[in-house]
Design a protein around this ligand. Structure first.
Ligand SMILES: [Zn+2]
Ligand SMILES: [Zn+2]
Length: 499
């Protein structure tokens, strides 16, 4: 079956529609309403999600979690439009991008471990109805090969736009208002390496030589290990965390393709690229970055300054500036403030120094804070961090410390959960495009789920492990699939949403 919605991006496929419809406005172009804002932040968001009324009554009136989630994602975030807008580069495909991506969207929601598992789901009547197919028990809707082909050619910019649209809609619904630390909207950046392998690899794999013991001879030998590494940007907050973007650390081959020096780049290079793109996309929506010690260097601080961003950066090396200077100034001095945190049951002592300008590669002034925590059982832990940027430097010590500690969200709510519960430690499909497509699509689902659980269902984040809350809800949604009475008319919804 060939459909118009989400079909191939081959020029012929869309020409017919474009002739009847007015030329669409580019998302970054000025909005035609004359507001002066970009279209993506103006009327694109105002497009009402009327399509939600096309959802069947048994979805709209149900209080089951899965039904509530689909209604929420459609009504508030325009899910059919998000998925319907995606394109892939196959020629004359039998199955539309939309139906394949829609099945992957649900595979991500249920955290299916592999493409083969999803292929298995595609044989089940319940799942077929869920993704809008005519139910036919035992006959798979389409094969794993079709899914692989789509992933190999899926347009990644489209996926990034989808993630962005969700953020702007959430912003418009005031999701992030009050959900920040000291009125600063903070983004944590960190490197992430979901998996590695000695045999399976692709042309964009990073490589390193690892010493391993040969199980037969007992001798230590060098083996090449293949892996992918990313820099992830997560908006961290007290209520919920959402992923803004992901940038791969490029290997020599990928850089050669871009006409650059053919050697593996480091995390920092990818991070600089990501900060540039975040600034392009989100501009003043972001106030500050929260970074680990790798980022405690002049070039990163300079970049943040140039963009008007603050920075909260962990400091570890006591013989490096600016920490070296701060430690010398604090030598023999009592803390300038002591607080007791009732919630965490710990006391914190602060040392604080402003105006350090000893870095050769950064012209601005740095504030450095040391926090020594004493837990109820007497264990002590020391944190040192730098603050750059005027607005960020005005933060109280308590708020600044909260911000620095919120960086654990990216490790825990993000990386830890994605590998353990979202199966992202496995490689679904090992080609350069598919790897990124899976990550971005899964992040889109992750964000929608975060919004659903903490905003729509208003589940508290504390004191329970945030992962537990979500696991329970996903399990409930998976059970709800069996209760689906009829096929959900996704194609109709997508058609209506795309105009
Ligand atoms: Zn407008
Ligand atoms: Zn690879």
């Amino acid at each position: 079956m060939k459909t118009l919605v989400g079909g191939s991006s081959a020029p012929g496929a869309s020409r017919e529609r474009d002739e009847i419809r007015p030329q669409p406005v580019g998302r970054n172009e000025p909005c035609p309403c004359g507001s002066g804002s970009k279209y993506k932040k103006c009327c694109l968001l105002r497009e009402r999600c009327e399509t939600a009324s096309l959802l069947p009554a048994w979805v709209i009136n149900s209080s089951r979690k899965l039904h509530l989630f689909l209604k929420y994602a459609t009504q508030v975030f325009g899910l059919p439009r998000l998925l319907g807008g995606l394109r892939d580069g196959r020629r004359d495909p039998t199955y539309s991008t939309f139906e394949v991506v829609n099945s992957l969207f649900h595979a991500a929601l249920f955290r299916r471990p592999s493409i083969n598992a999803t292929e298995g789901d595609l044989k089940h009547e319940d799942f077929q109805k869920l993704i809008g197919r005519k139910p036919s028990q035992g006959v798979k809707a389409f094969s794993a090969e079709v899914i692989s082909n789509v992933l190999d050619k899926l347009d990644l910019d489209g996926l990034r736009n989808g993630i962005e649209d969700v953020i702007w809609r959430a912003e418009r619904n005031k999701v992030f208002r009050g959900g920040s630390y000291g009125a600063l909207r903070c983004v944590a950046l960190d490197g992430w390496e979901p998996s590695c392998s000695y045999d399976r690899h692709c042309s964009h794999c990073l490589t390193r030589e690892v010493s391993v013991k040969n199980p037969t001879t007992g001798e230590v030998e060098k083996r090449t290990q293949y892996y992918h590494r990313y820099v992830v940007a997560m908006l961290v907050g007290p209520v919920l965390d959402v992923v803004l973007d992901i940038e791969p650390v490029l290997n020599a081959e990928a850089r050669r393709d871009l006409g650059e020096d053919a050697h593996h780049e480091g995390e920092l290079t990818a991070a600089h690229r990501l900060i540039d793109r975040l600034h392009d996309t989100y501009a003043t929506f972001i106030d500050a970055f929260v970074l680990d010690a790798l980022y405690a260097n002049g070039p990163v601080m300079t970049k943040l300054d140039e963009y008007g961003y603050g920075g909260f950066i962990v400091l570890k090396k006591s013989d490096n500036e600016p920490l070296k200077d701060a430690l010398a100034l604090w030598e023999g001095k009592d803390p300038c403030q002591r607080i007791y945190d009732d919630e965490k049951k710990e006391s914190v002592e602060f040392w604080d120094v402003d105006g350090i300008d000893t870095l050769d590669t950064y012209k601005g002034k740095v504030r450095v804070i040391r926090a020594v925590i004493t837990k109820k059982n007497g264990t002590r832990k020391t944190w040192c961090f730098a603050i750059v940027g005027k607005r960020a430097q005005k933060a109280s010590r308590r708020t600044a410390f909260k911000i620095v500690r919120s960086r654990w969200h990216i490790e825990n709510t993000g990386f830890g959960q994605w590998v353990k519960y979202w199966n992202l430690g496995r490689v679904y499909r090992h080609t350069p495009n598919a790897i990124m497509a899976i990550l971005l699509l899964w992040m889109l689902v992750f964000n929608l789920l975060q919004l659903f659980v903490y905003r729509r269902l208003k589940r508290p984040r504390k004191p329970k492990d945030p992962c537990d809350t979500i696991i329970g809800i996903v399990a409930e949604m998976f059970r709800d699939v069996a209760t689906i009475s009829d096929r959900i008319p996704w194609e109709v919804l997508a058609h209506a949403a795309m105009g």
